[in-house]
Design a protein around this ligand. Structure first.
Ligand code: DAK
Length: 260
């Protein structure tokens, strides 16, 4: 499928998805949001793809937010439709079984940070700056940012970031637990691709079910989460990959997973 604002490149079992609108610092307009939802749905169905790295084109930005110039004159119905479109994209990433790493190569602001938070984890370059400037525009985060950030780092720091609208550097975002690791700019993508390849080399079903348990378990009581985990764990024992993984261990050879 052809996209106007996205590039998809495959390296083995890893797909690199680049938001390619550098003239607007990769800001998310309706078209980009629609293309992202469509691209992630396609990548999830692609049996060759076992992990995805999401990044932004150009030197400056991952994504500098939702497109302010598109939003400025929206009426409330259009704003609602725009919000639903964005939430569909974010939830699509969270719900897809294929893991997604955000490689934040510059500004990740507002909807851009929400997009990164919808991914499974974030790597960032040293020069990246992250924040929620929405309150400086008279709005608030609306693509799941209030929910995802507070769940990730706790309400105190989430409130500080969201209420002040200030940007923080990658190093501080790492200390706060928003970013898993910070790299010099030129190392960011190779490191993200390396981790994605390591994930892709494992049992895809186990990874997908673990993601399912983690993402959905966060919205359950601990007991329900344990029960959910146990049921997914049980299902894996009906798969060829479980037999192959354990037999390979016993036979001292590398497992050859087939995703079934
Ligand atoms: N939207 C549109 N264009 C943007 C943009 C954005 N968010 N960010 C940057 N650009 C454009 C600039 O307008 C400029 O375009 P030209 O003037 O050259 O045509 C070009 O990108 C380069 O930007 P700058 O010239 O400003 O570059 P600087 O290095 O000087 O500054 C900056 C970089 C990132 C500090 C600055 O561009 C900036 O402050 N950008 C805006 C950041 C921001 O406020 N982001 C949050 C957007 S609000 C919703 C749910 C969610 C949302 C909305 C609705 N619903 C549920 C309905 C989400 C809202 C947001 O994300």
């Amino acid at each position: 499928m052809e996209f106007n604002n996205l590039l998809i490149e495959k390296e083995g079992s890893v797909a690199r998805l680049t938001i390619n609108r550098p003239q607007a610092l990769n800001a998310l307009n309706s078209e980009v949001l629609g293309e992202l939802a469509c691209a992630f749905a396609g990548l999830e169905k692609d049996a060759e793809v076992k992990a995805v790295v999401l990044t932004g084109a150009g030197e400056k930005a991952f994504v500098a937010g939702a497109d302010i110039k598109e939003m400025v004159e929206m009426n409330s119905f259009e704003g609602h439709a725009f919000g639903l479109n964005g939430q569909k994209t974010m939830l699509g990433i969270e719900k897809m079984k294929t893991p997604v790493i955000a490689a934040v190569n510059g500004f990740a602001l507002g909807g851009g940070l929400e997009l990164a938070l919808a991914c499974d984890f974030i790597y960032a370059s040293e020069k990246a700056k992250l924040g929620f400037p929405e309150v400086t525009l008279g709005i608030m985060p609306g693509f799941g940012g209030t929910q995802n950030l507070a769940r990730l780092i706790g309400p105190g720091r989430a409130k500080e970031l969201i209420f002040s609208g200030k940007m923080i550097r990658a190093e501080k975002a790492c200390q706060w637990g928003i970013v898993n690791e910070v790299f010099p700019g030129e190392e960011l993508l190779p490191k993200a691709m390396e981790t994605a390849a390591a994930i892709a080399a494992t049992g895809q079903l186990g990874v997908g079910y673990a993601k399912d348990a983690l993402v959905n378990g966060l919205n359950m009581t601990k007991e329900d989460g344990f029960r959910y985990e146990a049921s997914l764990f049980g299902v894996l024992f009906a798969t060829e990959d479980q037999k192959e993984g354990m037999r390979a261990f016993a036979e001292k050879r590398k497992a050859e997973f087939k995703g079934r």
